[in-house]
Write a protein that binds this ligand. Structure first.
Ligand SMILES: Nc1ncnc2c1ncn2[C@@H]1O[C@H](COP(=O)(O)OP(=O)(O)O)[C@@H](O)[C@H]1O
Ligand SMILES: [Mg+2]
Length: 423
C-alpha cells in the first residue's frame, strides 16, 4: 500500500491536518476493493482528490476513469449520457450511443454532485450498482458492466432524502464507506502552507515575485471562515499575485479582498426577513445537530453495553476505563472540562484520549450500521472482504491488520468471530 506522504506528493495535496490525513488514508485503504465510496464535504475542499486516489491505487488504474458532474448535465439527457441510447430512442437520436457506464467497463466512475441526480436516474443507478445491469435508453436489452463508483456531494443528503429528492436505498448503497473532507476553516495550520504553495505556483505562472504574508496576515487568514474553502484561497492568491504591486501582504490588504464580517452567518436580512438560502442552511445546521445527537446517543448505548459485557474484563486498558468513567460520571463532566471533549471532538485526533475515543466510536458506528441499514447484508460482505484482505496482507497478524483497517484490535477480534474468519 502506498504511504500517505507519497500520495500527497503525487497528487500535489498540501496539508497535515489530522482529519485530512485520515480522509486520504481511508481512500488509500479502500482503493484495492470495489466498495462504493461517498465523499462528503463543502464546496472547494478538495473532494476530487479522493476518487483519483482510489482509482489510481486500484487494480482498475489502467482502465477508464470518468468524471460525471451530475449537476451540470441537463435532466433530459442524463440517462442517455450515463447509460447510452438506441438509435431512434428520442428525437435527435440518429445513432446508437454508448453511455459512460458502458465505456467505463472495468474502470471507475466519479459521480460528482450526486445529490443533483434526477430521481428517475437514481433508479437506474441503483440497479447498476446492485447487479451491474443496465439498459440503454429506448432499449429493452439488459447489458452488464463492471464499474466502481465513487460519488461526492456537498449537500446534506439526509435533508435531500427527507425532502424526497434522494432515494434512501441509493444513499446507503453509495455510502458503504464515507469519507469526510474537512473545511479549510478547521485546518488553521494548513492555511499558510496552502497559501505558500499557491503563491509559488502563481508566481511562476505569471512570472512575478512570490507573495509573502506578514504575521498579522497569517493570523487574519487563519481566522477567516473561507466559505469557498481551498478553491477560494487559491483564487485569492491568484488574483493578488497579478494585481498587487507590494509583494508583502498584510491584514489590511487582505481585508480589501475578503472582509472579515463575511464570516458571520447573517440569518436575518436587513429588512428583518429571513432569506431562503440562509433559512436552508439554518435547517441544515439543525439536521446536523440532530444527526450528531443521534450518533452520540448510539455511541453511549453501545459503550454502555460494551461496558456491561466487559465490566470485569481486563481487555479494557487502564486508559479506556478512565475514559468510560469520565464519560459516564456526570459530576466529573461538569468539573473537568476535558471530559466534554469526548462529545465535542469525538471525530478528531486532538489528544491521546480522543484517539482512543475515536476507536470506540468506530466500534459503535459499526454496530449502529448493522442494526439500522437496510442493505446491511452487502455492507457486511464489503466489510468482510476488507477484513480478509487486511489479514491476508499482514499474514494473519491481527494487530497490523487492525492498524491498517483503522479499528481497534478488540473490534477486529469481534468481527473475526462475527464473520467466522478464525482459521
Ligand atoms: N489540500 C490541497 N492541496 C492543494 N490543493 C488543493 C487541496 N485541496 C483542494 N485543492 C485545490 O482546490 C481546488 C478545489 O478542489 P476540488 O477538489 O475541486 O474541490 P471540491 O470538489 O471539493 O469542490 C482545486 O484546484 C484543488 O486542486
Ligand atoms: Mg468538485
Amino acid at each position: 500500500m502506498t504511504d500517505l506522504q507519497s500520495i500527497k506528493t503525487r497528487f500535489g495535496i498540501i496539508g497535515n491536518y489530522p482529519a485530512l490525513n485520515r480522509a486520504l488514508q481511508k481512500a488509500i485503504q479502500v482503493a484495492p476493493t470495489d466498495i462504493s465510496v461517498l465523499v462528503m464535504g463543502e464546496s472547494g475542499v478538495g473532494k476530487e482528490f479522493i476518487p483519483k486516489i482510489i482509482h489510481g491505487e486500484s487494480r482498475r488504474k489502467h482502465q477508464p476513469y470518468i468524471v460525471v458532474n451530475c449537476g451540470a448535465i441537463p435532466e433530459g439527457t442524463i440517462d442517455s449520457e450515463l447509460f447510452g441510447h438506441e438509435k431512434g430512442a428520442f428525437t435527435g437520436a440518429t445513432s446508437t450511443r454508448k453511455g459512460y457506464f458502458e465505456v467505463a467497463d472495468g474502470g471507475t466512475i466519479f459521480l460528482d454532485e450526486v445529490g443533483e441526480l434526477p430521481v428517475q436516474t437514481q433508479v437506474r443507478l441503483l440497479r447498476v450498482l446492485e447487479s451491474g445491469e443496465f439498459m440503454k435508453v429506448g432499449s429493452s436489452q439488459v447489458q452488464k458492466t463492471n464499474v466502481r463508483i465513487v460519488a461526492a456531494t456537498n449537500v446534506n443528503m439526509l435533508n435531500a432524502i427527507h425532502n424526497g429528492r434522494f432515494r434512501e436505498d441509493l444513499y446507503y448503497r453509495l455510502n458503504t464507506v464515507q469519507i469526510d473532507m474537512p473545511p479549510l476553516r478547521e485546518r488553521k495550520g494548513d492555511v499558510h502552507l496552502l497559501f505558500r504553495k499557491f503563491a509559488i505556483d502563481f508566481a511562476e505562472k505569471y512570472r512575478m515575485p512570490e507573495l509573502v504574508l506578514t504575521d498579522d496576515a497569517i493570523n487574519y487568514l487563519e481566522n477567516y471562515a473561507f466559505p469557498g474553502n481551498i478553491r477560494q484561497l487559491r483564487n485569492l492568491v491568484e488574483q493578488m499575485t497579478v494585481v498587487e504591486q507590494e509583494r508583502t501582504v498584510n491584514s489590511v490588504k487582505l481585508a480589501e479582498y475578503i472582509p472579515m464580517q463575511t464570516q458571520l452567518p447573517a440569518v436575518i436580512q436587513k429588512g428583518g426577513g429571513i432569506s431562503s438560502t440562509d433559512f436552508n442552511s439554518e435547517r441544515e445546521i439543525m439536521y446536523k445537530i440532530l444527526f450528531d445527537m443521534r450518533n452520540d446517543l448510539n455511541d453511549l448505548k453501545s459503550l454502555t453495553s460494551e461496558l456491561i459485557k466487559n465490566r470485569d474484563n481486563s481487555d479494557f486498558s487502564h486508559h479506556e476505563k478512565n475514559l468510560i468513567n469520565r464519560v459516564f460520571t456526570p459530576e466529573t463532566q461538569t468539573q473537568n472540562p476535558n471530559s466534554m471533549l469526548y462529545f465535542e471532538n469525538q471525530n478528531q485526533y486532538q489528544s491521546p484520549v480522543i484517539s482512543k475515543a475515536d476507536e470506540d466510536y468506530e466500534d459503535v458506528e459499526d454496530i449502529e450500521i448493522e442494526e439500522t441499514k437496510e442493505d446491511s447484508l452487502s455492507l457486511q460482505n464489503n466489510e468482510r472482504e476488507l477484513i480478509v484482505k487486511a489479514l491476508e496482507k499482514h499474514k494473519g497478524r491481527r494487530n497490523k491488520a487492525a492498524d491498517e483497517l483503522g479499528i481497534s484490535q478488540r473490534t477486529l477480534y469481534r468481527k473475526i468471530k462475527q464473520y467466522n474468519l478464525e482459521d
